[in-house]
Write a protein that binds this ligand. Structure first.
Ligand SMILES: [Zn+2]
Length: 270
């Protein structure tokens, strides 16, 4: 069974969900804006489909192109549902995060393998009765895509860390110092506001999901005040590296999926 039958001819098998700083659909050649209607309402604006080399890629700037949608107001279900309707099998998700660890400095990239969910007010399942589904989230990220991120980062000489834990907070406020210190004790490595429920909805839709998390600053625990100029300089460099890593990942992802993400619902239905 599946959430939804993919279309006979996939519009795009790979999708990029762009985060802070990565909004520009011109990233891809011949990009066309499209609208997809979903039972959950409207997606983030400016969903488009374009090309990188010969591969068709869907691009969805999570916050809209002008960053008008805050993390807690994003319609995550509509976004993932729409990508599934396009035939997307893999999602590369981009986001900016804070660091909870001294040895994860601003400017480095992280590819999370675990998350801790601290959101409060976000619908986080497609299954709300009728069928009762408990999808596994023991290993919520696609191992095949993460491996390609690691190889790409090595080739492009981007300092990157695998196997990190992403703490997703509700926002829009940042953490208190006490919260930030607590998340460190819990084993959190990076902190952001957009990973959840995007990640787990993709799992329910049997789409591979992996995150390129760009570290922009140390979270408040570090008591290292940074200037807006420093943050924006780090972000500018991050976005440049992220684009190169996105392109190399799109090129390197093989046609066949070797992971189990496409069978996430087998055994999950009661
Ligand atoms: Zn996968």
């Amino acid at each position: 069974m599946g959430l939804l039958e993919p279309p006979k001819e996939a519009t795009a098998k790979i999708a990029i969900i762009g985060g802070t700083g990565v909004y520009d659909p011109k990233l891809f050649r011949d990009s066309t804006e499209i609208r997809v209607f979903t039972p959950y309402g409207a997606t983030s604006p400016f969903l488009s489909v374009g090309y990188h080399r010969d591969k068709k890629v869907a691009f969805l700037p999570r916050h809209g192109r002008d960053h008008s949608l805050p993390p807690h107001r994003i319609n995550y279900r509509a976004n993932i549902y729409a990508l599934k309707q396009l035939g997307v099998e893999r999602i590369i998700s981009i986001s900016s995060v804070g660091s909870l660890r001294e040895d994860l400095p601003p400017g480095d990239f992280a590819f999370p393998h675990q998350f801790i969910d601290r959101t409060k007010n976000r619908p986080d399942s497609f299954f709300e009765g009728g069928e009762v589904v408990h999808v596994s989230s023991a290993d919520p990220f696609c191992p095949q895509t993460r491996k390609i991120f690691m190889e790409g980062a090595r080739k492009l000489q981007i300092r990157a860390h695998g196997e990190v834990t992403y703490v997703c907070i509700e926002g829009p406020r940042f953490s208190t110092r006490a919260e930030s210190k607590l998340f460190r004790q819990w084993g959190g490595d990076i902190i952001g506001m957009t990973l959840y429920p995007e990640c787990i909805l993709a799992r329910e839709a049997e789409i591979c999901y992996a995150s390129i998390s760009m570290i922009t600053d140390y979270d408040v625990w570090a008591e290292k005040p940074v200037t807006a100029a420093e943050v924006s300089e780090t972000m500018r460099k991050n976005v440049d590296s992220a684009k190169r890593l996105i392109f190399s990942t799109v090129e390197e992802l093989p046609e066949e999926r070797t992971c189990d993400c496409g069978m996430a619902l087998s055994g999950a239905v009661l």
